[in-house]
Design a binder for this molecule. Sequence first.
Ligand SMILES: *Cc1c(COP(=O)(O)O)cnc(C)c1O
Length: 426
Amino acid sequence: MKMKDETKCLHAGYHPKNSEPRVVPIVQSTTYVYDSTAEVASVFDEPTKSLIYSRFANPTVMAVEEKIAELEGGVAAMCTSSGQAANLMAILNICKAGDSFISTSEIYGGTINLFSFTLKKLGIECIFVSTDDDEETIDKAFKPNTKAVFGETIANPALTVLDIEKFAKAAHKHNVPLIIDNTFATPILCKPIEFGCDIVTHSTTKYMDGHAVQGGGVIVDSGNFDWSSGNFPELTEPDESYHGIVYTEVYGKAAYIIKARMQLMRDFGAYPAAHSAFLLNLGLETLAVRMKAYCENALTVANYLKNHEMVESVSYPGLEGDKYNELATKYLKGSSGVISFVIKGGRETAMKFMDSLKLASNEVHVADIRTCVLHPASETHRQLTDEQLVAAGINAGMVRFSVGLENIDDILEDVEQAFNAAKENA
Ligand SMILES: *Cc1c(COP(=O)(O)O)cnc(C)c1O
């Protein structure tokens, strides 16, 4: 049966048979038993055939992996213990010391750190381009050792919208895959694979979990990328660490994601616990319903902010007149619940406004079911230099406002009284 998103959220990934539990069970076991050593040996030969150990795979997590793969329209997925681990492994699966990859600079602050410092220490260079760069400029950024292109569908917190087709074209011209972090859009608002993206990643900590209970990440393989150009010998030539297996020959369309599991998950072990996957699944069950409601509330708040005297500028791709409105119309079915705006009066007023909010909470989180706010310049992005702040699209007076699912009147009333308090103190 070809299911729609709302149905997939509830039913994909788990199909109980006669008398089995209706709800995805928590398989709280690190290991699995076999009748003979020969059978265990055969599972080691072919680890995807059956379960070995919960560092690679676990039935509760696998149900979630299948659900997310179906929602994104990919062939398979692998969950990780955080969004950071997902992006790290997505890159490491195809880049090694001496390689480079291209990323837009309008990405999550933690990812900027990972790409520009930690991966650099491992000998992998990240070449940054702007999401707004034209095809020619992006094309010039490629080097002979470039192995991937990376961007975020809706950037956190810059709220730029990625021109997916532009970046897919640039990547494919050089025979490398396009990897997109689809955290803010979720597959409900955008399915990057439909526009030519090859690998999708997520921090499931955000909308997918949705309730601020569980950190996690996921990598989804579209199965569409052709690895045979000679650029990716690790996929097309024998893997010594797995008795000479050739991923593209044995696993075909799922070569990338199975290699990630067999090598990277085996060696790094950033696999989520069964209980974490159970909680994530609960969030996923309502994802389609929640995303629509976030978008509706956020658009109302964005329009209110746009007309407010204390607001210098508002970024919300769904807003008419927003710089990214055209791309949002093309690629998104809604612009999520995240808005950023610059308050008049800069850093000081921004902090006063935030401290005066009563309903919205001041926390290092985004995409929660409850409305929350954050000051990127002094919180998530404080490790960045002023230059990197500008490149990431961040102003010192910028407030990142993550609209939740409270009644819209209550959210607006809270914002209004906080503006008043900030004005009096200004
Ligand atoms: C939060 C976030 C991450 C990192 O995810 P964690 O789950 O916090 O490790 C990566 N990308 C984006 C777009 C994010 O918002």
